[in-house]
Design a protein around this ligand. Structure first.
Ligand SMILES: Cc1cc2nc3c(=O)[nH]c(=O)nc-3n(C[C@H](O)[C@H](O)[C@H](O)COP(=O)(O)O)c2cc1C
Length: 358
């Protein structure tokens, strides 16, 4: 069981080449408005774009089996599923014998009896479609509290966005296939992806996510810290290898006088800078929550690599053909947003500050 959350509980199920992937979402109050068109728009942002994504395309039509009626939640468990229509497993057979470096093949074969690597199975990025569908419902719930979540691509390979960006920039990035915040950066990032792909290679990058509207004190402490729960959830996205809040690892090299965000009165209590990414003690300090997630280059690449032959128990070479994303980042941006919405929805249903408001 792949379960996220305590009060708003999301259960993910499915495999890349099974008939369906899907999920259950429990714990949202009765009567939350759910716009199916918005779910479809957000699922479209996860689809591969021409030239910079896998040629595997799927219609991603969400079928709701329970929990929604006349565009509103009923308060019962929401069950939805998405059909897998494009499931050619032939190119994956060799990975059962010669596991792909950088992918989950080897540990999965060691752990699960009769594991078959069909399309990456439960380790496939395909399952993130269900995260986006559930996250879109959570996003519509948290918007009732004035909370907005947006992400954009901060870097791909060597191309980095050096500016401080806002939630509006994140929203505008939805127009750009790489999810860069500007058209110019989008062109440069596209070039970076295409160059890697033409070289039989892949490239990684960083996604920045921003959440606005969190009141001072929202969140939890220790294991329920907002940053701890978000980091845990974001790390579960396949290929995520790092999460940092605010200035993150750069804080380690600063002095306190430089890193502390001073408070001031300016139409309410505000912080003058946002080195902490909006979190103190696991709770919001009222500033936008800002974190970045690092995604590694796609493991399946066309270049020849060293691996092992598990039948002959000897060294082997592997050259991967088939349909793979040369860069995961553009498609992962909406997944990062969606999982963040799920964690915030869960914390709203647990947090007494918000319960007072309901
Ligand atoms: C949206 C998305 C698409 C992905 N597409 C591919 C792909 O085409 N080929 C591939 O080898 N890995 C792809 N991945 C990454 C693998 O699923 C991931 O690297 C693998 O499961 C191992 O997990 P880990 O990288 O977290 O250790 C994708 C991940 C995401 C989030």
């Amino acid at each position: 069981m792949y379960i996220l959350g305590k009060s708003v509980v999301f259960t993910l199920y499915g495999e890349s080449h099974a008939p369906y992937i899907g999920g259950f979402l429990e714990g949202l109050p009765e009567g939350t408005e759910v716009n199916i068109g918005q779910i479809d728009e957000e699922l479209a942002l996860r689809k591969p774009s021409n030239g910079i994504g896998t040629p595997r395309t799927e219609p991603d039509e969400v079928e709701f089996l329970s929990g929604l009626e006349n565009g509103r939640t009923t308060g019962e468990k929401i069950h939805f599923r998405i059909r897998n229509t494009n499931t050619d497993s032939s190119k994956y057979e060799m990975f059962n014998r010669t596991p792909r470096p950088g992918h989950a093949d080897l540990p999965a074969i060691a752990k699960f009896r009769n594991h078959e690597i069909k399309g990456g199975n439960q380790f496939s990025g395909r399952l993130t479609a269900s995260v986006v569908a559930a996250g879109s419902i959570a996003r519509q719930f948290i918007s009732e509290y004035g909370i907005t979540v947006g992400a954009f691509t901060k870097s791909i390979g060597e191309v980095a966005d050096g500016e401080d960006r806002s939630i509006t920039d994140a929203s505008n990035s939805r127009k750009n296939p790489t999810r860069a915040s500007t058209k110019d950066l989008d062109s440069m990032m596209t070039k970076e992806i295409i160059e890697a792909s033409e070289d039989g290679d892949s490239v990684g990058g960083v996604i920045e996510c921003i959440a606005t509207g969190l009141p001072i004190g929202f969140g939890g402490t220790w294991f329920e810290s907002l940053d701890a729960e978000i980091a845990g959830a974001v790390f579960s996205i396949p290929a995520c290898k790092g999460v940092e809040f605010g200035k993150g690892f750069r804080l380690a090299g600063m002095r306190g006088s430089e890193s502390n965000d001073p408070f001031c009165f300016d139409n309410g209590i505000k912080v003058r800078s946002n080195n902490m990414g909006g979190i103190l003690g696991g709770m919001s300090n009222g500033a936008p929550m800002v974190f970045r997630a690092a995604f590694k280059p796609t493991p399946s690449i066309g270049k020849e690599q060293d691996t092992v032959d598990l039948e002959r128990m000897e060294n082997a070479k592997i050259k991967i053909e088939g349909r793979h994303d040369p860069c995961i980042v553009p498609r992962a941006a909406i997944v990062v947003e969606s999982i963040t919405c799920l964690v915030i929805a869960d914390q709203i249903r647990r947090d007494s500050l918000w319960n007072l408001k309901i």
